[in-house]
Each structure stands twice: as C-alpha cells, then as structure tokens.
Design a protein around this ligand. Structure first.
Ligand code: GLP
Length: 253
C-alpha cells in the first residue's frame, strides 16, 4: 500500500488527475471506475481543466460505483446527474461510453446482473474511491458480511444522515442503492482512495492500520497489490508513522 499526503485538497486533486491522465494516455481503451460525493469533485474539475489543455476522453470508458434506487438521470441528486454535471459534459466522452447503474430499473436484480456484465466486459484500469465516515466504499456498508458482486443495499442510518445535506429533507434521502461489490472494486488494476478533511481521519486510520473486517469495508483494500491512499493533511491527521512502518509513505514537504 502507498500513502501520499498533501497539504491541501487542490494538491490531492492534481496528483489524482495526473495519475488518471497517465492511465488515459497509456491505454488504448482506458477504463476508469469512478466515484461520487464531494471528495472527487476537485479531481473532476482538474480533469476538465486537463481536457481544455488537450487531454481527450474519446476512447475512455467509465463505470461508476453506485446509484440511489428511485432517482433518475434528471434528478439533481442522482449520481448520473452528478457525473454528467462534473465530468461527462465538461469533457469529450461520448455518453454511451459512461456507465452508471440505473436506479429507476423496474427489475433491480436484472439491473445488477446487467451491470456485472458491463464490469466483466470492461476490466477496470483505475478505480477512484472515496470513503464514508463509517468506512463504506461505494455503498458497501459496514456489517456482518459484504457482497462480491453488484447488489441492492439498504443504506445505513449513518450514511442517510451523512447524505441528508444534499436533500431538502432527510425523508427525501433514498434508503436503497445499487452498488458495485467488493470483488469488482478489488479487481481493478490500480486503486486510488481519496480522502480529505478531518471528518475522514478516523475512517482513514482504521482502513490503513486497523484489522481487516467487514465492519470497515475500506480495510479490505489492504489486500490489494496496487492501492494508494491519497490524503490531505487533515485526513491523515490520525495516522501515526510508527503504525505505518513498512508502508510506502510520502508526505509533501
Ligand atoms: C457516498 C458515496 C461514496 C462516497 C462517500 C463519501 O455515499 N456512495 O462513494 O465515497 O459517500 O462521500 P463524500 O466524498 O461526500 O464524503
């Protein structure tokens, strides 16, 4: 595992965008796994800036981690809307090369199978992840078990509360979501987990140095051969370098 600690959110975004650019430029058909939430927004803004400078997304395929059940592409809180807004519309990617689970599918089980077929067709070159304060990745919530493939998940109360800020009322927050499973995430060739801000510091330290447990889904990343935690100083504030001994840690001077 690699840990890269930067002074601020902007530096985190520039580092992640530079790696994403490298993946795009070195693969004939680059396949990116993408995340939503506030954390990756500065990364997508950087990528839009890179695009203005000449980086093309024409050959890129993207596969998003998750989507709320019940929200369609025109709902401003749907993850499809979010992706169109922050990345897909600002760059030159054809929309039919971008995949997000369909939260309005009548048959959700069939939608999960359809999504797994897409994931098998397009093996991920790079997976971008955020992390929930409770340690979730995508919408793989802490619990007694985790699922390997795409599935419908009942959102935890913690997640509903954390995401309520984006909705006018807490009762508007969907209680179900479709998420990619842990196996699909761990099959990516390379993973970048981005975390910024003090409120992520505890989840970050537990994911990196805690025991691997389904109660902390992000801790399963410890199994991956090529994962980098890209942190700002606030998100790294609970990491003790003593505990991280043996890991590849670099801090921006
Ligand atoms: C959301 C998403 C996750 C995201 C996480 C953190 O619920 N499903 O993919 O990583 O919560 O979001 P934020 O970056 O806004 O803190």
């Amino acid at each position: 595992m690699k840990i890269r600690i930067f002074k601020d959110v902007k530096a985190v975004a520039l580092y992640a965008a530079t790696i994403t650019e490298f993946v795009i430029e070195t693969n004939e058909i680059p396949i990116l796994g993408l995340a939503t939430g506030a954390t990756p927004v500065p990364l997508y803004q950087e990528l839009a800036r890179f695009h203005k400078g000449g980086l093309s997304f024409q050959h890129v395929r993207t596969i998003n981690l998750d989507e709320y059940v019940g929200l369609g592409s025109t709902h401003p809180q749907s993850y499809r809307y979010f992706m169109n807004e922050y990345l897909f519309h600002p760059v030159d990617i054809p929309l039919d090369q971008t995949f997000v689970p369909d939260g309005t599918a009548v048959d959700l089980a069939a939608e999960c199978c359809r999504y797994d077929d897409i994931i098998h067709r397009y093996p991920l070159d790079l997976q971008i992840l955020g992390i929930g304060k409770n340690g979730h990745v995508g919408f793989n919530e802490p619990g007694l078990s985790l699922q390997a493939q795409t599935h419908v998940v009942k959102l935890s109360q913690d997640t509903i509360l954390a995401n309520a800020k984006y909705f006018s009322e807490i009762r508007d927050v969907p209680t179900l979501a479709i998420t990619m499973g842990m196996q699909s995430i761990l099959q990516a060739k390379r993973i970048l987990l981005l975390a910024t801000g003090f409120d992520k510091a505890n989840a970050v330290v537990r994911a990196i140095t805690g025991e691997m447990s389904t109660n902390m889904p992000a801790s399963l990343l410890q199994l991956h051969q090529n994962v980098t935690f890209v942190l700002d100083e606030a998100a790294a504030s609970q990491l003790s370098f003593h505990e991280a001994t043996g890991m590849d840690v670099i801090k921006q001077a």
